[in-house]
Design a protein around this ligand. Structure first.
Ligand code: DGI
Ligand code: FE
Ligand code: FE
Length: 192
């Protein structure tokens, strides 16, 4: 059953995202399966969430808003103003409505892959982190982060949240509160 689903998603991806984004997606799939096995998560769920996570990345603002309005999603003002924050939300809708994915953990991993959120599940953490460490990523510190990810899932997620916060501040954009909430909660739970 999942084999057919995976084929269908891949076919859809090729019609919706460019080659560069498709290569990134396959990198995230590889990292997500690796981390799922490493941390005892269902690797098929990880593969499906990873395949779907950037499905809507090529959509323009109007296309994203059409989905948001059609399915009566109520994004907050920060999301509405930063259209990079809407593609996960829309990808989760497409996963549910077009591909009939009904596993809420998979849908949440897709939906929250850009911001993270408080109390992320193991699958949400794996997808969040895989997005930053997939083999196509190349930025200062990525190799160190790959090592951390291999060692401790929570530490890898925390480092990625920190990187994102620093990045968003550096480009002088509003930071989504989910990212801050995720970081604070992660720190508190790890120091227990
Ligand atoms: O879709 P990807 O490029 O693979 O990665 P992503 O979904 O993690 O991030 C998409 C973009 O969103 C990235 O350029 C950084 C931006 N971003 C992440 N968190 C925030 C943010 N932008 C704003 N304004 N606020 C955030 O909190
Ligand atoms: Fe994304
Ligand atoms: Fe991505």
């Amino acid at each position: 059953m999942s084999e057919q689903l995976i084929k269908d998603i891949k076919r859809g991806l090729l019609q919706n995202i460019d080659e560069k984004r498709y290569t990134h997606t396959m990198g995230v799939v590889e990292s997500a399966i690796y981390l799922a096995k490493r941390y005892n998560e269902d690797y098929l769920n990880a593969e499906i969430a990873a395949l779907m996570h950037d499905f809507a990345k090529g959509f323009n603002r109007q296309e994203l808003m059409d989905y948001i309005n059609k399915y009566n999603i109520k994004p907050d003002t920060i999301m509405t103003n930063a259209h990079e924050l809407l593609h996960g939300e829309v990808a989760a809708i497409i996963g549910e409505k077009r591909f009939n994915i009904n596993n809420t953990d998979i849908l949440n991993a897709i939906k929250y892959h850009t911001t993270g959120r408080m109390n992320m599940s193991k699958l949400e953490k794996i997808i969040y982190l895989s997005d930053f460490i997939e083999k196509g990523r190349n930025y200062p510190g990525v190799d160190k982060l790959r090592k951390i990810a291999d060692d401790d899932l929570d530490k890898g997620v925390l480092q990625s949240l920190d990187n994102t916060i620093i990045y968003v501040i550096s480009i002088e954009k509003p930071l989504h509160p989910n990212t801050l909430a995720a970081r604070n909660q992660m720190l508190l739970s790890m120091n227990k």
